[in-house]
Design a protein around this ligand. Structure first.
Ligand code: HEM
Length: 227
């Protein structure tokens, strides 16, 4: 058996170092990019970049809501992207993108609660019980809250295989998010159509792979108990 020369070993070592480092660098790049919309919205709220326009509350709600759906769709893209590229380290981005989506959803929710409705509980209850688009958005946020709360290593260890099942609810959050936007859109459905198409594609891919892969390979018990 031929042994590698010292020069080959050094080159392989350097390649190994690169392989180890790029996921961490990518993680920081994606996190920094993910925080930019928050900084931009914060700066506009403080009056920079032309401020928030003639209807600041509407701008805050629309922009925070848009960032929420974009990060939710990005979080949902991670697994299909990993499957298509074969690059397992991409999976490290999933939790961070999901938490960014939750962060923007929480900002959006708090803007509605505090800036739009001035924490007037009567108005809040009325909105939550009579406006279907608010109900759908609230349900989506509750799911994201549950997923964020169980996104720790401790929760993963505790819930074992139930964790994966629980975290599939992210698709339901995506559906409710899109339904929320469809319901509140009064004209120009182009943007929400794009979100719906992206979500349908991601869901379709997952479904296609799930049906093609035998349960045993996916690590799930067979329904007939055969293992
Ligand atoms: C995953 C969760 C959510 C997503 C993806 C989302 C997304 C969005 C988007 C994109 C918009 C702007 C639509 C447009 O003007 O074209 C919006 C508006 C709005 N959202 Fe959400 N939202 C979510 C959760 C919530 C929650 C929890 C609430 C409150 C309980 C809420 C209340 C509102 C309100 C009041 C508006 C403004 C409606 C209007 O212009 O009349 N959303 N949302």
């Amino acid at each position: 058996m031929s042994r590698a020369s010292p020069a080959t070993r050094v080159r392989a070592g350097r390649r190994g170092a690169r392989v180890q480092h790029w996921p961490r660098i990518l993680w920081w790049v994606v996190l920094s990019a993910g925080l930019l919309p928050a900084l931009w919205l914060g700066a506009r709220t403080a009056g920079a970049f032309g401020g928030l326009g003639v209807n600041p509350i509407e701008t805050l709600l629309t922009d925070s809501g848009t960032f929420t759906i974009i990060f939710l769709l990005l979080a949902l893209s991670v697994t299909p992207l990993r499957r298509l590229t074969g690059q397992a380290p991409i999976l490290r981005l999933r939790r961070m993108l999901g938490l960014l989506a939750f962060g923007y959803a929480t900002a959006h929710f708090l803007i509605w609660l505090g800036v739009d409705l001035f924490f007037d509980w009567q108005l809040i209850i009325e909105d939550l019980t009579t406006r279907p688009f608010v109900m759908a958005g609230f349900a989506a946020w509750m799911i994201l809250l549950l997923l964020a709360a169980t996104s720790t290593r401790g929760a993963m260890t505790l819930l074992k295989r139930h964790w994966t099942r629980l975290h599939r609810l992210v698709y339901l959050a995506g559906i409710l998010g899109v339904v929320h936007i469809v319901w509140l859109t009064r004209a120009d459905y182009r943007e929400v159509t794009l979100y719906a198409l992206a979500l349908a594609t991601l869901l379709g891919m997952r479904l296609f792979w799930a049906l093609r892969t035998p349960r045993k390979v996916r690590g799930e018990p067979a329904r007939n108990g055969a293992g």
